[in-house]
Ligand binder design. Sequence first.
Ligand code: FPP
Length: 273
Amino acid sequence: MIPRHPTMILIEGRNLPAHVGIIMDGNGRWAQQRGKARSAGHKEGARAVRRIVRAARRLGISALTLYAFSEQNWSRPEEEIEGLMELLLEFLCSERDEILENSIRLRAVGNVDRLPSIVRHALETLSKDSEKNTGMTLTLALSYGGREEILEAARSLAKDVAENNLDPADMTEEMLHARMPSVSVGDPDLVIRTGGERRISNFLLYGLAYAELHFSAVLWPDFAEDDLYEAVSSYQSRERRFGKVGKPAEPIDATPQEIEAPPESQRILRVAR
Ligand code: FPP
């Protein structure tokens, strides 16, 4: 069998993406492939959440945003929504100690008022209890939509104009940015989508302006630490130009035949800080 990863994945300790967003897709297909109900895929997906939160924290990523439930997901069958809400509640209870012990700040973005009150309560409690933590900010995007977030920001600016507190001519990009909760931890540097589809599905639309995108064919329940490392390693191999001109290419004075790639066995996995 061909290994899914090269023997070693190289990650530089400096140049880590500060804010990573993940579209966790593929739970349904994971279950379907095993002849199980979709709920089994979500349950395994919740285990992957635990695994990847730990890995991101260990790596030193400062903000991780997970697309756990979109505003559009409310139109899924009631039974599936209930199952997802139960998993969310279970996660907030079972991970509470680990979140606090590892100095993780938990918060949510999205229209959380639509969540069942028991979930909202658990979210509010853990958000409050972890608000001073500085190790990593874990944001759960819940009942979240990128367009809806932009609409809310526009509404807030319009209100300021209507109340004569703001002249439209004085509106700045910073004012809009300040009204987007999803980017209060900084714009996402890297956005990963699992499950093989290559689309954004209304995730972090505003913050995505200069994000690097990484699409993985791995279904979310199977997404392992190494898959995260591979995404980070791919991010580190890219030159981010933010609309400017890139560095000129180094002149190469060797013919391609003279450059030897290191053998597979000599590649090193280094998660150095
Ligand atoms: C998309 O897969 C996934 C979701 C809509 C829900 C994500 C939820 C979890 C990973 C588990 C619970 C979350 C937490 C934070 C504990 P899909 O169902 O659309 O998959 P498909 O495209 O294969 O049908």
